[in-house]
Design a protein around this ligand. Structure first.
Ligand code: ADP
Ligand code: MG
Length: 438
């Protein structure tokens, strides 16, 4: 019943939004209705902002229409939805049916993967496995943070194998593997479940951390692992952490995960982020000028998916409004996302760090003491507050014990001039600022 209502809402959104907006924001959403509360679940903060900004009001109206005005809408973030945020795969159905069990996204290829120092090792290992499955690294265990290309790489292996080999591939998330097993146990079909997995040539389990702590799943997986490994079938595992850091993982599984190659993937450096943006822009058929690329790549540092999302959002906006993407548009459209870092720094943090740096009491940041050993660090802190926050001069003044905005302005100008005239001091201030930023 409530699912139907949600489907109605999705339909209405589809009718009223552009397809770019719909694909970008509505497609990744899941919803759950319970006790007058509608939980709207999205994969990340980025999607939440996008959804609210582009269709928040419309969504609220539709929810009231369908579920009644007393409904409370609760937005939630669930990172495990992350790869469902991708569009559904389109592939040659016949080919897939013969060789693949599970959804492999044809867009995730080695060719589309940008290699930099942070991911070169995983990339090379994945290529080696795609070339000689079952022979070199078994299992291949890839781990790393969210949105760094782990799923991309294992789909790339699968895509390569689909083209160049007749091997039977099974791709599962840890969650789906677990759910299938639970169903099999309930229906008394565990034998069938077992046979199915032991017939494959390549078993790929994404987000394998999901099975840690689930006793019967681990047990079953252990036996499947052994059966396949014994006859040199390739096993590929992906997790958000290393085997060592996976608490609640059975010891015998942990040791098996370490049998082959454990490779970790790190957040990309600035050059790689720029290269990724360039590649994605090219794929999307859009021009991105250097300033805009740099803005995105320098602000969105830990998650390639978010970088990609920012680009999608800019592209959608540019198409909708028929404008080209320039730096002002980018700053405006992505303001929430780009300021995440900046916003999360408070004047209080700045005062504490700078007081510590100069060895003064943080309370003196708010005092009126005029001695140079206190007044000077305070001025540096005022300057840093202007640099690192979005606050106005009067707002900053109020956080320095109610100083006038002209006092802040004076400090900002003074430190600026000093930086211009003294290279060493300039370096020192840059160091302080970047240490606060990180
Ligand atoms: P993870 O599984 O590590 O959370 P994904 O593999 O789903 O991350 O990657 C998130 C998004 O970022 C995908 O759209 C993927 O194509 C893209 N991506 C990540 N790293 C790269 C890279 N090095 N080159 C190109 N695209 C990348
Ligand atoms: Mg993933």
């Amino acid at each position: 019943m409530s699912i139907n209502k949600w489907n109605q809402i999705v339909k209405a959104l589809k009718a009223q939004l552009s397809s770019a907006q719909f694909d970008a924001w509505v497609h990744p959403v899941h919803a759950r209705y319970h006790n007058d509360k509608l939980h709207v679940i999205v994969p990340s903060r980025f999607f939440l902002d996008g959804l609210k900004q582009d269709c928040g009001e419309l969504l609220t109206q539709l929810v009231y229409q369908q579920y009644g005005e007393s409904t409370e809408i609760i937005y939630q973030i669930d990172a495990s939805l992350v790869h469902q945020a991708e569009a559904p795969p389109k592939q040659d159905a016949a080919l897939i049916k013969n060789t693949v069990d599970g959804n492999i996204d044809p867009r995730f290829t080695f060719k589309n993967f940008v290699v930099g120092s942070s991911n070169a090792f995983c990339f090379a290992a994945s290529q080696a496995v795609a070339e000689k499955p079952g022979e070199c690294y078994n299992p291949l265990y890839i781990h790393g943070g969210v949105g760094l290309g782990k799923t991309h790489l294992i789909h790339a292996i699968a895509n390569e194998l689909i083209i160049h080999s007749p091997l039977k591939i099974a791709y599962r998330t840890g969650e789906r593997f677990t759910n299938e097993l639970i169903t099999a146990i309930r229906k008394g079909t565990t034998d069938q479940f077992r046979r199915k997995y032991r017939r494959v040539d390549v078993l790929i389990i994404d987000d394998v951390q999901f099975i840690a702590g689930k006793t019967s799943t681990q047990e079953e997986f252990f036996h499947t692992f052994n059966a396949l490994h014994e006859i040199r079938k390739q096993i590929i595992l992906v997790s958000d952490r290393s085997p060592r850091d996976m608490s609640h993982l059975e010891e015998r599984l942990r040791s098996r995960f370490n049998w082959g190659l454990v490779a970790d993937i790190q957040p990309p450096d600035l050059e790689t982020r720029l290269a990724i943006l360039e590649a994605k822009a090219e794929l999307a058929g859009i021009q991105l000028d250097k300033e805009v690329s740099y803005l995105l790549a320098s602000r969105i540092v830990n998650n390639v998916r978010e970088l990609e999302g920012a680009l999608t959002r800019l592209t959608a906006f540019a198409h909708l409004t028929n404008q080209s993407i320039d730096i002002h548009m980018a700053k405006n459209i992505l303001r929430d996302q780009l300021h995440v870092n900046v916003r999360s720094i408070s004047v209080d943090d700045i005062q504490k760090k700078i007081a510590e740096y100069y060895g003064i009491n943080p309370k003196d940041m708010r005092s009126n003491k005029r001695s140079r050993n206190i007044a000077f660090p305070r001025q540096v802190a005022m300057y840093a507050s202007k640099e690192l926050t979005q606050l106005s001069l009067p707002e900053i003044g109020s956080q320095f014990g109610g100083k006038d905005h002209t006092t802040i302005l004076y400090a900002v100008r003074k430190i600026n001039t000093m930086c211009e005239n003294d290279k060493n001091f300039d370096d020192e201030v840059s160091r302080i600022i970047s240490s606060i930023r990180n």
